[in-house]
Design a protein around this ligand. Structure first.
Ligand SMILES: [Zn+2]
Ligand SMILES: [Zn+2]
Length: 157
């Protein structure tokens, strides 16, 4: 509840510094809870994801992180984004291209423009039980399912 309220006030026009501070506080608390180290790399990458506030690739995060973390490598960026995902602060999204990292960890679906590649959130919760069950029946060990709607966005249609 508190987290949602914080996220909302950030979007409603908190200064960049306030957003960064709130992001740092959340990550620090989540890392300490798991007994993990708080490093500047982790703080910067998490801040960046919050600042960009959209679905991004690890490559894009690496490009943006370059100025603040001159020696950071792509594998480190991936590892950090995966850690944020494990901590419940981000989400991995597969929409056919490279894996995207989503600053919104809550349940939602995605729509993707097949012409320009734009991706938007769809605010709904989908019961994945049936597809997971079908995958298990096919002999797979399913880890999750995701709905991605494809079509043309308003600018391309
Ligand atoms: Zn489009
Ligand atoms: Zn999303």
């Amino acid at each position: 509840m508190t987290d949602l309220a914080t996220a909302r006030s950030d979007r409603a026009g908190g200064t960049a510094a306030a957003v960064a501070e709130a992001a740092d506080a959340r990550l620090t608390a989540a890392l300490r809870e798991r007994g993990q180290r708080v490093t500047s790399q982790r703080l910067v990458i998490h801040r960046l994801l919050r600042e960009l506030d959209r679905h991004v690739t690890a490559d894009e995060v690496l490009r943006r992180a370059g100025e603040r973390l001159p020696n950071v490598s792509l594998p480190t960026v991936y590892a950090t984004l995966d850690l944020l995902t494990d901590l419940g602060l981000a989400r991995r999204v597969s929409v056919g291209g490279p894996v995207l990292y989503d600053p919104r960890p809550d349940d939602h679906a995605h729509v993707r423009c097949r012409a320009c590649g734009r991706i938007d959130d769809l605010d709904l919760t989908i019961d994945e039980t049936a597809v997971i069950k079908a995958a298990r029946a096919a002999g797979y060990a399913p880890e999750g399912a995701e709905l991605v709607v494809e079509g043309l966005c308003p600018s391309c249609s």
